[in-house]
Each structure stands twice: as C-alpha cells, then as structure tokens.
Design a protein around this ligand. Structure first.
Ligand code: UDP
Length: 236
C-alpha cells in the first residue's frame, strides 16, 4: 500500500492517506508532551516502542473478541490502520487511584478501589479535555446510547484482559485511556494506542513507575522505563 499525503499531525503521531480510502498509515514520533502540550520533550525510542507495543496488544485483544482498527505493521514506526471517525471522547478506566482522580477526590495515589471506574473526557485541547458524563455525551450528540453502551462494555472487557495480561509480566495496570472510532463501513472499533504514554504501569513488586508519569513528573529514567515495558511485553 502506498503512503500518500499527510492528513494530520498530532502530538505523538502523524497520519497519512494511502491508496486505499478505508486505510490510513500512522507514524509514531519520539515527541512527548504533558500538561496538555505545555511541557514538551523527546523520549528517545518511544515511537518504535509505542508502535510495536500497541500492535502487539491490539492483536491480542482481537483474538479475545475486541474489534480494533489494526491492519498491519509496516516497520518499527509505521502501521496501517482502518480509517475511522474518532468518537471525540477519552475513555479512561481506573483500577487504583492515581493522577487526576487522586487530586480531585483527595484519595492517595495507590489506593485500590472496590471496582473499576470509567470516566469520559471530551477531546478538546482548547478546553483541556473536560470530564463529561453520559448525559452530556447524549445531549451534545457526541455518541448515541447504543455506541456508549458498546464502548463501556468493551472498556471493561479490555480492562480485564489487559489487567490479567500485564499481571503475568509483573506489572499492575493502574489506569489507562482508550479511544474508539467508527470505520467507513460503520463499525465501532478500538483505535489510537495502548502504550506507556496512555497507561499507568507500576511494577507489581517494587511499585516503581514504568510509564509517562516519569516524564510528566521529571523523575528521570524515562527511556529506561519504556525499554523495560518493551522487554516485558515484546521480549526485547
Ligand atoms: N491519559 C492519556 N491522555 C490524556 C489524559 C490521560 O493517555 O490526555 C491517561 C494517563 O496516562 C493515565 C489515565 O489516562 O493512564 C488517567 O489519567 P489522569 O486522568 O489521571 O490524568 P493525568 O493525571 O495523567 O493528567
């Protein structure tokens, strides 16, 4: 498949048209941002790790009955995916209190919760991705009730599959962010990425952070954390 015009450049990825109107090519960058773009930097090797880890996990999820946008990995940084119209929501799933939930509710990071929590944020950089609920989503027409029921069902199923999967390599899945899209033939699929940029991973034994929080919080050892996750998931 031919790589044609660039359609879009985001904070961590570029998207290109291909000669198939239902397929686009995603190119992962080493660029990192945090605090909604206010903090900028580079994480050497991140693009390749996030690309390969996302593809590995999407293939595994497909085998477990989750429809995804994944088509084919082209090389370390480039992957073909189904073209989708993105549902403009960040779907966050949490197992242990951390990050913005800890701040908002005054619950110390690391506090386990009785059951998983799903949160939705409206994807809008100018507004800093405000949190919304199902009533806002239906009222604004961002997604219909059927789509939201499917998204919530997939999000919880993905959480159980990933939690078990990461547990086997000694990693606790604290929380993560998903995005969904609708393909050109109208099917809801998991899109975007699943990587240390979009998940909180803590070593099960030492509770060491193995994710983007090391960059967000200037903790050092950022590249080493991404490489450690690649070693555990991809075996390299
Ligand atoms: N997350 C993300 N993109 C965002 C915001 C959050 O991938 O724009 C992920 C983040 O990595 C974490 C989870 O979603 O795994 C929950 O993030 P939180 O709401 O705690 O926000 P943060 O404290 O990371 O800003």
């Amino acid at each position: 498949m031919k790589k044609l015009n660039q359609m879009y450049e985001g904070k961590a990825k570029k998207v290109f048209e291909t000669d198939d109107p239902s397929v686009v090519l995603v190119e992962y960058k080493d660029d990192a941002t945090a605090l909604n773009g206010k903090k900028k930097g580079t994480i050497q090797g991140k693009g390749a790790i996030n690309n390969r880890m996302t593809n590995h996990l999407m293939k595994m999820l497909e085998k477990n009955g989750i429809p995804t946008h994944y088509v084919e990995e082209i090389n370390d940084r480039e992957t073909l995916v189904k073209k989708v119209s993105i549902v403009p929501l960040e779907v966050i799933v949490r197992n242990v209190a951390a990050g913005s939930l800890s701040k908002r509710l005054g619950i110390p990071e690391g506090t386990p919760m009785r059951r998983p929590v799903i949160e939705y944020c409206y994807k809008c950089d100018e507004l800093d991705d405000p949190m919304v609920n199902e009533y806002h989503i239906a009222a604004m027409g961002w997604a219909d009730d059927r789509t939201m029921a499917d998204i919530a069902g997939y999000a919880l199923k993905i959480n159980s599959i990933l939690t078990r999967y990461f547990h086997e390599v000694g990693v606790d899945l604290i929380d993560f962010k998903l995005e969904f899209g609708v393909t050109t033939d109208g099917k809801l699929v998991l899109a975007d990425e699943i990587s240390p940029d979009t998940c909180r991973f803590w070593d099960s034994r030492t509770h060491e952070k193995l994710d983007k929080d090391r960059f967000r919080r200037d903790m050092g050892g950022v590249e080493a954390a991404y490489e450690e996750m690649a070693a555990r998931i991809l075996g390299d």
